[in-house]
Design a protein around this ligand. Structure first.
Ligand code: SAH
Ligand code: SF4
Length: 406
């Protein structure tokens, strides 16, 4: 992987809208791109604006995937659209339903890479946990996704598609505003969203669009492990709620469990939080804290946490996440008594600290349990596979195929 001078990993995404049989996929285009695409197929100039609004409405507000269903679009324009475009979701390889109502989708993208999205119903809301990358570069020690190498960033279309797939499965398009089942989105699936900033921003803008899916920014939360240089920009340009994976109250422990702390330490992360645009009491920053037995869960840690959040005058809420185990982990979840004590101490310090009820553990869908089988392959591996698939005489040709990997 290339690394820029600021240390931000650069991953070459596949083409945003891969063509299939010469047809361009409209899913994931923003309004400007959609307008250009429609203008580009010879729709009369006078109609372009109106047709763009109509197609936008059908794709993102009504969830259709066939131009034939776009009833207010004239027949000849529908035919033209179908000649050039498709509206195609990635494939659901597996949908698992937990006994507690949680649904986990394993989604396969056009290049065979896979990522997961998780739907979590609660009494007053339904939250979709969305992935931003296949794998993750950051290797937090307690996180299952962190054991995967980063394979690649997801495109905006692939991020939006996770929501569309969940809405398909939940039968939600029929009545787009009343009776919503996905009321909230958390960018807390696989990957570090701020290392895929542009695609995440574009996807969330599509999701928030008032003539499309119409999810309010107040119902969207982006979780970061603390990528300081992009936090302020996220507040200014995307404006959604911020959650920060804190998990420790001193640099020693945090560096040990979250290697990114070497690059951006606690002081830098908390200063960036204090400067997060729009952070005030009505929109508190959520600090995620996974309860790891004997690592970060003592009474002293709880007192230090209160002190730390007060020191930076942060409008904060702490989310205590009982550690979710996964095969091969060295960590254990703190005892329920200790989690409760920790929560009480933080509450007594004046900061709300609810304990997140683990959801979907039986289908490995809980926080930090997501992992797909996609593995980053070396260029040599890819070349070998392509050579083998194409037969013994075609090694030279393999050099020209695009892998989308750095
Ligand atoms: N990469 C982003 C968002 C994805 S993870 C981030 O790190 O913030 C969503 C949350 O689950 C994060 O707070 C993450 O630290 C936490 N988490 C990861 N593994 C976990 C595990 N095994 N048990 C509980 N929480 C975990
Ligand atoms: Fe990546 Fe977040 Fe997991 Fe850390 S906790 S490895 S940043 S997905």
């Amino acid at each position: 992987m290339q690394v820029t001078p600021t240390g931000t990993p650069v991953v070459v995404s596949p083409r945003a809208n891969p063509e299939e049989d010469g047809l361009q996929n409209l899913l994931g285009l923003d309004r400007i791109e959609l307008k250009a695409a429609i203008a580009g197929i010879g729709v009369p100039e006078k109609q372009v604006k109106m047709r763009t609004s109509q197609v936008w409405h059908w794709v993102y507000h009504r969830g259709v995937s066939s131009f034939g269903d776009m009833l207010n679009v004239s027949k000849d324009v529908r035919a033209k659209l179908a000649e050039h475009f498709i509206i195609k979701r990635p494939e659901i390889v597996e949908a698992q339903y937990s006994e507690d109502g949680t649904r986990k989708y394993l989604i396969r993208f056009h290049d065979g890479n896979e990522a997961e999205a998780v739907y979590i119903p609660e009494d007053d809301r339904g939250t979709l946990c969305v992935s931003s990358q296949v794998g993750c570069t950051l290797n937090c020690k307690f996180c299952h996704t962190g054991t995967m190498k980063l394979v690649r960033n997801l495109t905006a279309g692939e991020i939006v598609a996770q929501l569309m797939i969940a809405r398909d499965d939940l039968g939600e398009w029929e009545n787009p505003t009343a009776g919503r089942r996905v009321t909230n989105i958390v960018m807390m699936g696989m990957g570090e969203p701020l290392y895929n900033f542009d695609n995440v921003k574009k996807a969330l803008e599509i999701i928030m669009d008032e003539e499309g899916i119409q999810l309010s920014r107040r119902r969207i939360t982006l979780s970061t492990s603390g990528v300081v240089p992009h936090m302020e920009r996220a507040g200014r340009e995307i404006g959604v709620n911020l959650a920060v994976s804190l998990h420790a109250v001193n640099d020693g422990v945090r560096t040990d469990i979250m290697p990114i702390n070497k690059k951006y330490n606690l002081n830098e992360v908390l200063t960036a939080c204090a400067n997060y645009p729009g952070a005030h009491n009505a929109r508190r920053i959520t600090f995620e804290y996974a309860m790891l037995k004997g690592v970060n869960d003592s009474d002293k840690d709880a007192h230090d946490l209160v002190r730390l959040l007060r020191k930076y005058k942060l409008p904060a809420k702490v989310n205590l996440i009982p550690f979710n185990p996964w095969p091969g982990t060295d960590y254990e979840c703190s005892s329920w008594d200790q989690i409760q004590r920790f929560s009480d101490i933080v509450y007594e310090g004046g900061i709300s600290a609810p304990i997140r009820r683990p959801r979907g553990r039986d289908i490995m869908a809980a926080c930090g349990q997501l992992k797909s089988a996609s593995e980053k392959k070396s260029k040599a591996d890819i070349l070998r596979e392509q050579t083998a698939a194409a037969g013994p005489d075609s090694a030279a040709g393999a050099h020209h195929s695009s892998t989308g990997l750095t």
